[in-house]
Design a protein around this ligand. Sequence first.
Ligand code: IMP
Ligand code: MG
Length: 176
Amino acid sequence: MNAPPGMERVLFSEEQVAARIREVGAAIAEKYRGRDLKLIGVLKGAVFFLTELARAIDIPVQIDFLAISSFAGHGPGLVRIEKDLDEPIEGQDVLLIEDIVDTGLTAHYLLRTLAGRGPQSLAICTLLDRSIRRIVQVPVEFRCFEIPDRFVVGCGLDFKQLYRNLRYIAVMNPER
Ligand code: IMP
Ligand code: MG
């Protein structure tokens, strides 16, 4: 695919992303072997990461999805579940799969909500971590990459719903 307009540089190539997802998948398999692991993806951004990651984890896993809406510009932390999980998570080891943890507000809200449903354990795995922008602290158990304070697209991350299907992560200047 052609580079999107406004794209400044490739931050992580297709090969770097794939290699790192394999490493993190192996670490997850090691930690959860013999347990009842469920991956929960946050739609839509986490879909691409979740499918790659799930195939890099060589133990049986269940998957489920939820969708949220956030109200940017309406005060921090306003997040609502638009589509809930299909199944309960009680007693399961749950990994919340995110495309990016930025301010942490979304992840914080989701952790709180899911914790109330009685999982055996609950942790976060994110493709990207931009911890410099954190507003609320959230525990990130697994991360593929820490990134600088720049807007990025690709591997599930969008600009106006575009570029999620790029195989690499690119820094983009939406002004250009
Ligand atoms: P948080 O609640 O601030 O941690 O924001 C998380 C959500 O904002 C992510 O799940 C993304 O959908 C979106 N987001 C944050 N940074 C970026 C970015 O650089 N590119 C695309 N989407 C982003
Ligand atoms: Mg988005």
